[in-house]
Design a protein around this ligand. Structure first.
Ligand code: PMP
Ligand code: GLN
Length: 361
């Protein structure tokens, strides 16, 4: 969709990346560090100061103490973290439960491990369907992937949902959890509940996060995994021969920047953007769906067109000048509910210009 948007000169609210400048302080730190002797390999698991700061962040936000040396690995974006976690633990023929609509890298990572993706749909309101999850769980299940706050729907699991999940997994002690929490610092309606705060599950959970998402530097491709030592030891065995270590300059800059960055301000900034976008669209023929977190807003176009969502999103680019992602592409079975995903991690000017076009439809 980004390519199509460029081709037609459309406003690109499709792919999830910010189009506003990065924080000036981040640039200053980058300029300062560029001249220093920091351009060789960092230790395999990550720059020690960055590992310590990730441990501090986890303590600050989730009151969970983790060991920076044995429980963290810095990855080349969450994408490599997710791939590594899956390929470390999933063996040929083992099943991985994926909740649709789902982020696009999960299924290929499972397939590359020789595993079997078991994709089941969330409820119509994108809450987890525990009956379906229970039916999918079996002795063949090796892992379940839970993404919170959720791309593409912007939904966040509630405490009651975590409790139901805990109850269900009690009966399946062999199942590992991959918690994709790359949008952990972008939550609005109610706080994001991290697996870090679920003692019943944490011993078998690998959490993936991304500084690309948290610090608006998606192109830097720096993320991390946090897992109990017994799992992390195995993860590092794969990480070592996949990338060995991650870009040193980015790790140094992020490490210093974490001393000054305010994660609450990030959430507030995105809250303002979400509210601005919703306000601008509210009188249009699009129907706004709830958005608890992430920087994605779902909108239904069922009052506008009967075309399928892929065709409609193409029309949106070619005839109306705005790019969005059709939700059906996040489903194994291509479920088409006439819903599109719009990314609001954009300058106010971009959002206003996009809304003007969307309001004309
Ligand atoms: N998981 C989800 C849910 C995402 O939205 C993204 C970013 N597109 C990733 C993982 C990958 O993050 P990164 O860019 O750090 O590889
Ligand atoms: N995570 C971003 C999205 O969902 C983009 C990442 C990518 O394009 N691979 O749009």
């Amino acid at each position: 969709m980004s390519q199509l948007a460029n081709q037609y000169g459309a406003i690109n609210l499709s792919q999830g990346f910010p189009n506003f400048p990065v924080d000036e302080q981040l640039l200053q730190i980058s300029e300062r560090l560029l001249r220093e002797n920091i351009h060789q390999y960092t230790p395999m698991a990550g720059l020690p100061s960055l590992l310590e700061k990730i441990a501090k962040l986890t303590l600050l936000h989730y009151q969970r103490k983790i060991n920076s040396i044995t429980e963290i690995v810095v990855t080349a974006g969450a994408t490599q973290g997710i791939y590594t976690a899956i390929n470390t633990f999933v063996n040929k023929g083992e099943e991985v439960i994926i909740l649709d609509p789902s982020y696009d890298s999960y299924e290929p990572s499972v397939l590359m491990a020789g595993g079997v993706p078991v994709r089941i749909s969330l409820n119509d309101d994108y809450s987890p369907d525990f009956n379906r999850i229970e039916a999918a769980l079996s002795t063949k299940t090796k892992m379940i992937i839970v993404n919170n706050p959720h791309n593409p729907t912007g939904r966040i699991w509630t405490d009651a949902e975590f409790e139901a999940f805990e109850l269900l997994l009690e009966k399946h002690p062999q199942v590992l959890i991959l918690g994709d929490e790359v949008y952990e610092y972008i939550s609005f309606s109610h706080p994001h509940i991290s697996f870090h705060t679920r003692p019943k599950l944490i011993d078998r959970t690998i959490i993936a996060s991304s500084f690309g998402k948290s610090l608006h530097v998606t192109g830097w491709k720096v993320g991390y995994l946090i897992a109990p030592e017994k799992l992390m030891t195995e993860i590092k065995n794969v990480h070592q021969f996949l990338v060995f270590s991650v870009n040193s300059l980015s790790q140094h800059v992020i490490s210093d920047y974490l001393d000054v960055v305010d994660f609450n301000a990030i959430s507030k900034m995105y809250l303002q953007k979400r509210d601005l976008f919703r306000q601008l669209i509210k009188d249009s023929r699009f129907e706004l769906l709830p958005c608890d977190g992430t920087y994605f807003q779902l909108m239904s176009y069922r009052n506008i067109s009967t075309h399928n969502d892929v065709d409609f999103s193409r029309e949106l680019v070619t005839k109306h000048g705005v790019a969005a992602i059709p939700l059906s592409v996040f489903y194994k079975d291509g479920t088409d509910n006439k819903v599109l995903r719009f990314c609001f991690a954009k300058t106010d000017k971009t959002l206003i210009a996009a809304a003007e076009k969307l309001n004309r439809i």
